[in-house]
Design a protein around this ligand. Sequence first.
Ligand code: PMV
Length: 328
Amino acid sequence: MKAKAKAHSNIALIKYWGKRSALLNLPAVGSISLTLDSLHTITTVEFIKNLKSDYLILNKKPADERETKRVSSFLNIIRRKADLSLHAEVNSINNFPTAAGLASSASAFAALALAASSAAGLDLSPGELSVLARRGSGSAARSVFGGFVEMKMGKKDDGSDALACQIAAKDYWDLRVLIAVTSQDKKKTGSTDGMTLSKDTSPYYQNWLKTSFDDLKEMRDAIKKRDFQKLGELSEYNCLKMHALALSSRPGLLYWNAVTVEVMRHIKFLRGQGCPVYFTIDAGPQVKAICQPEDVEKIANELEHIRGVQKVIHTSLGNGAELIGDNR
Ligand code: PMV
């Protein structure tokens, strides 16, 4: 009753921000993302007889109560499905900073969903796995798949149609992402609290929902045509729209720091010089520059020289979640 899985993080080009149901973690909008090869989580789950409670080790240290509770509630869903009463030992390692806008919850819950469901003896289809991963974190539903991925908001109350699917595999189009890390601090307002606040207080929320359909359609079209300029322009537009929503909440949510803004300005400057590069930013201070392979070296060098940028992580597109190693 043990399994080990690996899942990669992802970055949304069209963002998920807002829930139509908090209970089942149902998104109020669809989203489109790129799965990222260089950022991953590896998670081992073992259901053990006589274990008194679930035990979580996160990045080689015992997790705090809040994190353990979140994982335990997620395992409860699997225990119910598999008719299992055993507690589990969960060991999870990220190869990147946790909870700082690098989407650790996406790779974490995709890896946990796969490892825990197979350790419990459930044989889920990728779609079922995506529905399950969504219960842990909305963006995790996308990390089940590799390459270009779309998350459907779904219509049903039970959430069975709120799942991700692959638009195209990673080899379809060789895009690159350069992540400018500007801070490794844990963020103060998590995405769930941020989304609730925006839904309850931002005067722009209804328009965010209304305009999301066009953004999704246009992004699908940009991917279909491999139109880099369109993909980039839409990503920046949708990212700034999401942050406008966060900023217009009460109290306002400002996920950026001064270096974040400097990197955004520099990316615009580079574009003015004829270099095709666009940014997107999640609920955190890191800036993800989207570019093509031939421009990686130049852009990485530019970003590394911005004062306050701690490091630049280069990634190509990655695969979906997979079982690895010694599963018993
Ligand atoms: O998956 P969550 O609940 O951490 O929410 C993700 C929210 C954003 O990263 C800001 C946007 C997205 O679509 O990934």
